[in-house]
Design a protein around this ligand. Structure first.
Ligand SMILES: Cc1ncc(COP(=O)(O)O)c(C=O)c1O
Length: 424
């Protein structure tokens, strides 16, 4: 009989984040103390939306939707994002998706040559790497990073090398790009870092120069823990008023997974018109009507009633506190041969261990001896590098659990490093 798992992290006693025998600091998803708020919010939004359906009497919400997604939802989303980003968002540029994962899949299926190239950062969202491998004709190429950002010289060199090869990319009216660069510019997964403005401009320059599309997973952008507005998304830097504007080379791939609930499966692609017009003609999107149409109606009400704003404020406050607690402990207890940089937002803290320390081996040891676990750096690397790094997530556990677990992890690390250095 099939195992009746209850959630994605079920089925493995160590990695099961709901099992407190081992504290799992791996999971990039909210815990029950936050998710408990979703029921009430969704109930209010559902009631509001169903009332509107009744008043109108057409029950369009239960009909096939329009290809880019319910316009009321895109309109409310435009207002919400413009307000929270502090930058204007145009609803014409928004295509609703079933979340960021679906957004990337849609892009790969629709606008990139089927034998094209996917450039990825030296470390990146590990499951995106798994997803890219499901496009076997595409080649995945790692771009080295320098001081936490893309090494632009190397990137230029790698692109030129690829272009010199006779790859016969299939470029059509729809598949307008031979390559995509997948990046997480703001509150990166796993590093937590944000690309500075001058680097954003450089990425846009490279994309324009070589006709590449830059796909930004912007799923953490609104979880910004400084008091001011979040950093501009990279999409902002691809300004249509620039003299060298090429029609738009950046897509912002957003999601409600990190700002509401992963189970909602609703997200959006913010694209320039030349890309959104292709997606609007996608046969798959047209045949299915809008994706997640009913949910978009409920979310339109959630946004309209400002419940989403209130919830983002609560998340920011909660995560800000959790991040501070984890970093305070790291400042105090992290062995001196290890280091980290406090991020300004998002879910993750990226710890560099002693050069000789293999985080994969340490994690196994720590699970057994200190009952704490996290993800070793190699999981985020296409070529199994970054072995001496560790990613902690602040999303799931409450402050007290995080505090104790981070302390234990640091204590374990000290012992482990001492032992392994003596052996060597
Ligand atoms: C960078 C990044 N992109 C995408 C996702 C998944 O997003 P979604 O649930 O919207 O598919 C995650 C979740 O961890 C992520 O960290």
């Amino acid at each position: 009989m099939e195992n009746r798992h209850r959630h994605l992290f079920d089925g493995n006693t160590i990695l099961n984040v709901y099992n407190n025998d081992v504290i799992n600091l791996s999971v990039g998803a909210p815990g029950p103390d936050l998710l408990k708020n979703c029921g009430e919010m969704m109930l209010k939004a559902t009631q509001h939306r169903l009332e509107e359906e009744k008043n109108e009497g057409k029950y369009y919400l239960f009909q096939y939707g329009t290809t880019p997604g319910l316009w009321e939802c895109r309109d409310e989303l435009k207002n919400f994002l413009s307000r929270r980003y502090g930058d204007q968002v145009d609803d014409e540029n928004l295509i609703l998706t079933c979340g960021a994962t679906h957004g990337v899949q849609l892009i790969l299926n629709s606008i990139i040559s089927p034998n094209g190239i996917i450039f990825v950062e030296q470390v990146t969202y590990m499951i995106a790497l798994d997803a890219f491998k499901q496009f076997p004709l595409m080649k995945i190429i790692m771009v080295p990073m320098k001081n936490n950002y893309v090494d632009f010289e190397k990137f230029d060199e790698i692109i030129n090398n690829e272009l010199k090869k006779n790859n016969n990319y299939l470029i059509t009216n729809d598949k307008i790009f031979w390559a995509m660069f997948y990046t997480i510019p703001t509150f990166h997964n796993p590093t937590g870092m944000t690309i500075p403005p001058e680097s954003c401009k450089k990425i846009v320059d490279i994309a324009r120069k070589y006709s590449i599309v830059v796909v930004c997973d912007d799923v953490y952008n609104l979880l910004s823990y400084n008091d001011d507005l979040p950093p501009h998304r990279l999409f902002y830097y691809d300004d249509k008023n620039d003299v060298d504007y090429k029609g738009g080379n950046v897509i912002s791939n957003g999601s409600f997974s990190k700002i509401l609930s992963p189970a909602i499966r609703l997200g959006w692609l913010e694209c320039p018109p030349r890309i959104s017009s292709i997606l609007k003609q996608s046969g798959i999107m047209k045949s299915g009507g809008a994706v997640n149409h009913y949910v978009s109606g409920v979310i339109a009400s959630l946004l309209h009633l400002k419940l989403q704003d209130e919830y983002v404020d609560l998340l920011i406050k909660t995560y800000q506190e959790r991040l501070k607690i984890v970093c305070d402990i790291l400042d105090r207890y992290l062995p001196r041969c290890c280091s980290y940089k406090k991020p300004d937002g998002g879910y993750f803290v990226w710890i560099q261990l002693h050069q000789e320390c293999d985080a994969g081996k340490f994690v196994k040891w720590c699970q057994e001896n200190y009952k704490v676990t996290a993800i070793p750096g190699s999981r985020f690397s296409l070529i199994d590098e970054s072995k001496n790094y560790l990613r902690l997530s602040i999303a799931f556990h409450k402050s007290e659990v995080l505090k104790n677990a981070t302390k234990k992890l640091c204590q374990g690390l000290l012992i482990y490093i001492r032992q392994s250095l003596v052996k060597n």
